[in-house]
Structures are given as structure tokens and as C-alpha cells.
Write a protein that binds this ligand. Structure first.
Ligand SMILES: Cc1ncc(COP(=O)(O)O)c(C=O)c1O
Length: 399
């Protein structure tokens, strides 16, 4: 049987069984649902997009997969080149992997080894944010800060190699002052912290982080697995402040096949480029550079650019403000909106119990967690459909 994620299997509610999907809609055998969370935030073009499906089929007629160890192929080469072309500055060196968590692991390994390769073995610590979520593998759990996901780490006692600070400049300056000689990197979900509660913060924090990283020789990592490709209303937050390592996943492939990329700048790459074999990056997921994933990623980026997705996201943001800004209820703590993400935070998580079933009846698939009722809609959503998502949220409070 399937062991489902994040669920107590003993009293888990039966999941909705999807029999078809098209555009923003998921279909069960008796209901049609707007997917208001884009299948964990990745399905930006919606389901069954004819061009994306065709890209996969076309590549499958040649080969679905070959390893990148000792072999290479055109879809991987073209995707690496495309990312080099569209990413800012000298973020030019692309390491592929099969999921966001693994891509973050790779980024953290790069940062550690960057200093090891220079003979500096003291920089063992990672600076990260409170409420950070970077994945569910062990190192990503360690740098993350979310008891609800990662309480199992308590077994190891206090963290040895990660420090978590709030998104406040004073805390940032203090941490750099105190720990700079031991830090190899500072990793953030830039501007929007997703699984930690759709928390939004100001770009000034990242600008100051860039300055401090430069001052103390610490690498800056942006985990844009969730924010990349428009979610914050910026194409990449890296367009505003440039990190040394950028991690992409989820929307990279339009949500169609699990894949991710860890993209390093010249300085990081140079730290590995030497006559010493021990300076090589010793990592190689079996499915890195999967040909189907690279082909669909290329098509996804083409559509993103051609169909002016940034304008679509601006419109989603404007409608979100129009629909939610004046909405009040005493149980609501805060309403936050940024780009293609909207979040209603309530004081008491019990307030959201039963919302999923309520939304189902209203033709919306939603997955609130803890105190957060949120939307991360596919960018192709129409105004009418988006209004339906928000009307359903509001109706829950008004019944
Ligand atoms: C910011 C961030 N980093 C990493 C991950 C992990 O990605 P994956 O689930 O593909 O391993 C996620 C997943 O939600 C994420 O939001």
C-alpha cells in the first residue's frame, strides 16, 4: 500500500482520487476542482498542456534517460545553456539532480567543499533562517527550522552545524559578527518562506546579507525551489540580489517530471577547478539531467517567456489584493500576498479544520496546513477561477 507523506496513517482521511487533470482542473470521479496549490507549487502551466506533453513524447521516441557519468546529450546541454542565458550575472554552472531537496544538499555540499578545497576546514557551519524549509533529507532538515516537519532531529540533540536567525537585519549583523569565521554559507528562501508559513520579508534583508557575505567571504545560497520562475512576482529573486549558488526545482520543469538544478557562479566553480582530483564535486544522482525532464524544462521556459508569464503573475497579485485586502474576520491574524502566493494566517489552526472538505464541495482543491490557508495557483488561471478560489476562502469564514 502507499505510505502517504506527512500523514498519521492510522487516522488519515482518504485522499481524493484523481482520474484526470486538465488546465487548472483536477477531476475526481464526481467533482471538478481548481487546483489552488498547483500540486505543491510546481504546476505553473496547468495540467495536460499539449506542448509540454508533446515535448516529453518526442524525447521518449529517442531515449528517456541516459546517465551523465561519461555520457551527455543535447537536452541536458541545451537546458544548461538556457539557464546560463536567462539567469543573472555569472550563474553559469549547472548541476542537475532529481529533486529540490537533493539540489539543496548539493548546494550545501558545494559550499562546504569550496572551503575544504582551499584548505579551510574551520568553516563547517551554515547560517539559515528561522522557519526555514529546504527539504526533508538530513542536511536540509538540519539547516531547516521547522519542528512540525523535522522533530525527528531532536534525537541528535542541539544542532552542531546550523544556526537559524529571524529575517531581521539586526539579527543578521549579530550572527555574522559572532560566527563569520565558522560559516561557509548563508542559505535562504529569498523573500518568501513557503512551508514555514508563507512568510514574506523585505529585499533590504537580502541586500544586507549580500554585503555581509562579501565582507566576510561567506557564500550566499538562494533556495528558489519554490520562488523561482515568478512566484514572488519577480522572475527570480536572484534578479534583484545575486547569490553565489542558486537552487531551482518545482516550476523548472513546469511540474511535469521531478527535476532540479544547483547553479553556481564563476567564483564557486573556480573553487573546484584544479589539477587535484580530490577537488572534484563528488555527487551524481542516477537521474540527473534526465532527458525527458530536460526536454520538458526547455519547453516550460519557452512558454514562460513567450506567453509573458510575469504579466500574468502581476495580474494574479492585483486580483489577490482586490479580493482579500478588505477582508476581515476576528479569527484571522494576517493576510499576506506576494506575486502568485496569498496566505490567510489564523490565530487558531482549529479554525481551518474541515476547510479542505468545504473547498471540495465548492470545486476547489486546497491543502491548508497548521494556521495557514493559502493559494499558489497555476499562472494560467483565469480571473473567474481565481475569484472562485478566494470566494471559497471567504465563504468559509462567513458561514
Ligand atoms: C524552498 C524549498 N526548498 C526545497 C524543497 C524540496 O523540494 P523537493 O520536494 O523537490 O525535494 C521545497 C519543497 O517544497 C521547498 O519549498
Amino acid at each position: 500500500m502507499i505510505w502517504y507523506p506527512y500523514e498519521q496513517m492510522k487516522h488519515m482521511k482518504q485522499p481524493y482520487k484523481i482520474v484526470d487533470a486538465n488546465g487548472v482542473y483536477l477531476y475526481t470521479k464526481d467533482q471538478k476542482l481548481i487546483d489552488s496549490v498547483s500540486s505543491w507549487w510546481c504546476m505553473i502551466h496547468g495540467y495536460k498542456h499539449p506542448e509540454l506533453t508533446a515535448a516529453i513524447k518526442e524525447q521518449a521516441d529517442h531515449f528517456s534517460h541516459v546517465m551523465l557519468g561519461g555520457l551527455t546529450h543535447e537536452p541536458a546541454e541545451r537546458l544548461a545553456q538556457k539557464l546560463q542565458d536567462i539567469l543573472p550575472g555569472d550563474l553559469n554552472y549547472c548541476f542537475f539532480s532529481d529533486s529540490g531537496s537533493v539540489a539543496v544538499e548539493v548546494a550545501l555540499k558545494m559550499a562546504l567543499q569550496y572551503y575544504m578545497n582551499r584548505g579551510d576546514k574551520k568553516r563547517t557551519k551554515v547560517l539559515a533562517l528561522t522557519h526555514a524549509y529546504h527539504g526533508d533529507t538530513f542536511k536540509t532538515m538540519e539547516v531547516g527550522d521547522d519542528e512540525d516537519y523535522h522533530f525527528v532531529l531532536e534525537a541528535y540533540g542541539p544542532k552542531q552545524n546550523a544556526i537559524n536567525i529571524p529575517t531581521e537585519i539586526s539579527a543578521l549583523e549579530k550572527a555574522f559578527h559572532q560566527y563569520h569565521a565558522e560559516l561557509n554559507c548563508f542559505i535562504v528562501e529569498p523573500l518568501l518562506q513557503g512551508a514555514g508559513g508563507m512568510r514574506m520579508y523585505d529585499i533590504s534583508f537580502l541586500k544586507r546579507a549580500r554585503e555581509l557575505c562579501d565582507q566576510y567571504g561567506v557564500l550566499l545560497i538562494f533556495d528558489e525551489v519554490a520562488t523561482g520562475f515568478g512566484r514572488t512576482g519577480n522572475r527570480f529573486v536572484a534578479d534583484l540580489v545575486q547569490p553565489d549558488i542558486l537552487v531551482l526545482g518545482k516550476a523548472l520543469v513546469g511540474g511535469y517530471i521531478g527535476h532540479a538544478a544547483t547553479v553556481a557562479n564563476q567564483k564557486v566553480f573556480d573553487g573546484f577547478y584544479s589539477d587535484d582530483d580530490r577537488h572534484a564535486l563528488m555527487h551524481g544522482p542516477t537521474f540527473m539531467g534526465n532527458a525527458l525532464a530536460c526536454s520538458v524544462a526547455l519547453k516550460s521556459i519557452e512558454i514562460f517567456e513567450r506567453e509573458h508569464y510575469m504579466e500574468k503573475i502581476k495580474k494574479i497579485e492585483a486580483i489577490s489584493h482586490r479580493e482579500l485586502d478588505d477582508f476581515h474576520d476576528e479569527r484571522i491574524k494576517e493576510i499576506r500576498i506576494m506575486g502568485g502566493c496569498a496566505c490567510i494566517e489564523v490565530y487558531d489552526p482549529a479554525v481551518l479544520e474541515g476547510y479542505q472538505e468545504f473547498a471540495y464541495k465548492h470545486g476547489v482543491f486546497s491543502r491548508p496546513f497548521l494556521s495557514y490557508l493559502y493559494s499558489m495557483v497555476p499562472y494560467i488561471i483565469t480571473e473567474e477561477e481565481l475569484v472562485q478560489v478566494f470566494s471559497t476562502m471567504k465563504a468559509w469564514f462567513q458561514q
